[in-house]
Write a protein that binds this ligand. Sequence first.
Ligand code: ARG
Length: 575
Amino acid sequence: MASPTPSVYARYHTAFAEALARALNAPLAEVEPQVKPADPAHGDLSFATFPLAKALRKAPPAIAAELAQAVRVQGLEVAATGPYVNARFSAEPFTGEVLAQARTEGGAYGGSTSGAGRTVVIDYSSPNIAKPIAFHHIRSTVIGHALANLHRAHGWHVEGINYLGDWGKQFGLVAVGFEEYGDPARKHQVSHLVDVYVKANARAEKEPAFDERARDFFRRMELGDAQALAVWKEFRETSLKDFKAIYARLGIRFEHYEGESFYQGKMEPVIERIAKKPGVKTSEGALIVDMPYAENEPPVLLKKADGSTLYATRDFAAAIDRHERFQFDRSLYVVATDQALHFRQVFRVLKEMGEPWADRLVHVNFGRVGGMSTRRGTLKLLSDVLDDARDKALEKVKENLAAGKLESHEPEALAEQIGTAAVVFGDLKNRRTSDYDFDLDAFLQFEGHTGPYLQYQHARACSVLRKGGGAPASVAPALLSLPEEQALVRLLARFPVATQEALDDFEPSVVSRHLLDVAAAFSRWYTLGNQDKEKRVLVEGNDALRSARLALVDATRITLASGLTLLGIATPDTM
Ligand code: ARG
């Protein structure tokens, strides 16, 4: 999928920086990061000269004026404005090159080879088995999926891992809970297991003896008791089947399902290594790492007094194992901000252990989702959320079909795509560290900052292309001279920059916001034709102009499709 050619935008950016570096006799690596997007009134790229004033003993405007004289780049119009050297893309070659690149690269548009030869491990989704798959897992799932796609698009080798929470006392709770509250006929329904878990959990809180039974069950699991493990395995498979159905709906495939249970029996060597470090000691029978970084920081627990291991123990083993197997350049943990302390401690201990790769570990944290509690105060299951979204989308689809506003012939399939888009984009449009409120009705609007709106604009581009007889093979880019057309071309050109920035900051919302800008610019241009028929895309009596406009529609379609796909959102071509 990764595209081997640098983007048109990147090429001009570098060419401008090179010319500046030559004129200044400075290294390119120093100059290039200083080339920034310009104030649109003055151009496209801009280089500020204030930082040079001292060394050159000249006023910034004078430096800018001299540089503007010296810098000559084909396809760039360079001029000084006050202390800035600005460059504007020459409309004709720039437009032609952007359209050609989008057309040649198609679905790969926006990607690059910037990550070639590098490996990233992404731990994402990672729900807990036999516990409710709460809606907050959708954040990890969709952010992780988008990051996996972004890395792949930029040439990285991706190892996506679903680190299931499939080991721990909760299995004891479900198992002993099942003996009390279970209905054998519904043993293979996750919703039933969740009910059992909730009841057992509540009872364990009030009744120490019951809690002890659950602990004992887990202890037997850890000791390898065949009977206990058989029960666990059945619960695990039931949950996994359910999760996989959700991942299929979201278009997600993991390279590995390796949950906490995967590290069962593999923790001793790791514990021994950590135990050699100063600050590791036994306290009330438990093995702890006590090297507080901040005041009041709790110690890291490696082993409980009864010998059982913990969440942190397994994360140490997993980090080391992943490094041994994948030799990663980065290892990401897409997990809620709530677990910041856990990851800080795990990463720090690995660093103290002298693991040189410890600083390649990143906790890609995210905020909370509000507004998700049902009336009964319990968390909703993710599959219920997707079902709700699909059902509501279907109502809309049917309304639009009845009103003749829609071309689709498969309302059910389309509703599933729209509903999922609403939920996924409702999440990914937010900066990941922000909290947001889940508002399905707002997310499902066909207008505004929503997934369905982007899908709709994409489908609209497809529909115009169908009416216009498809994308033309060659065009005269000079004909795309309306300011609205040039604004759109620039946004399409910056799309590859946005995807790289999203990757660098682990922030899919950069792509989301860029797509909203593209859709808005497309709509602004496209609707000009309502007032002025000369401005219609499918303008009458001017084949060359019509072709050029269709080519711009096609490049818009390609950009929207590529961006939505990166975010894990379907791109129906009729809506
Ligand atoms: N199962 C955990 C939870 O739902 C998330 C696991 C995240 N990954 C990790 N390596 N700890 O809270």
